[in-house]
Ligand binder design. Structure first.
Ligand SMILES: [Zn+2]
Ligand SMILES: [Zn+2]
Ligand SMILES: [Zn+2]
Length: 144
C-alpha cells in the first residue's frame, strides 16, 4: 500500500471525508522531500489557504501519519510518519532527519509527575548533531 493509500484509509476509517482539497494537499504531501514546511506545501497549492493546510496537518498528526520536526534553526518541519511515539536525530549540516523510538524519557516523566503532581500529557525531544556522512566529508576536506 502506498503512503497515500494508507493516509486516505486512516482518514476514512475515522470518518473524515476525502474532499477535493484534502486530496490535492495529500498528493502534494506524498511528493515532498523527507521533511518540509507548510510554506513548501503552500507553494505547490497557491489557491489553497494557509489555515486549511494547517488544519489538515493537525488532523494528520492526530491520525498519526505526520509528525513534526523542530529544526535547529527553530523552523517547524513536517514529515510523513506512521510510527507511534518517537523522536528525531537531526543533522545540523545537511538537515537529514532520522527517527529513534527508544525513548528513555519515561522514567524522568514519572519522576516529574510524582514530584510536581502534574498530569504529564506529552514531551518533545529532538537531538541535534552531525551525521556520519557529514563528518566523513569534513574529514576528507581537512585531509585534502
Ligand atoms: Zn518523526
Ligand atoms: Zn549530515
Ligand atoms: Zn519520548
Amino acid at each position: 500500500m502506498s503512503d497515500l493509500d494508507l493516509v486516505m484509509q486512516r482518514l476514512t476509517m475515522r470518518g473524515h471525508r476525502i474532499t477535493e482539497t484534502r486530496r490535492r494537499v495529500l498528493d502534494v504531501l506524498v511528493s515532498m522531500p523527507a521533511h518540509f514546511t507548510v510554506d513548501d506545501v503552500l507553494r505547490q497549492l497557491p489557491d489553497v489557504g494557509r489555515a486549511t493546510v494547517f488544519r489538515m496537518m493537525k488532523l494528520l498528526q492526530d491520525l498519526n501519519v505526520v509528525c513534526r520536526v523542530l529544526m535547529e534553526d527553530g523552523s517547524l518541519h513536517y514529515r510523513l510518519s506512521t510510527r507511534g511515539h518517537h523522536h528525531h536525530l537531526v543533522c545540523r549540516d545537511c538537515g537529514k532527519v532520522e527517527d529513534f523510538s527508544n525513548c528513555d524519557v519515561s522514567s524522568l516523566v514519572q519522576q516529574l509527575a510524582a514530584s510536581t503532581e502534574y498530569e504529564i500529557e506529552g514531551h518533545w525531544l529532538e537531538v541535534y548533531g552531525r551525521c556520519s556522512t557529514c563528518r566523513a566529508l569534513e574529514g576528507t576536506a581537512v585531509g585534502a
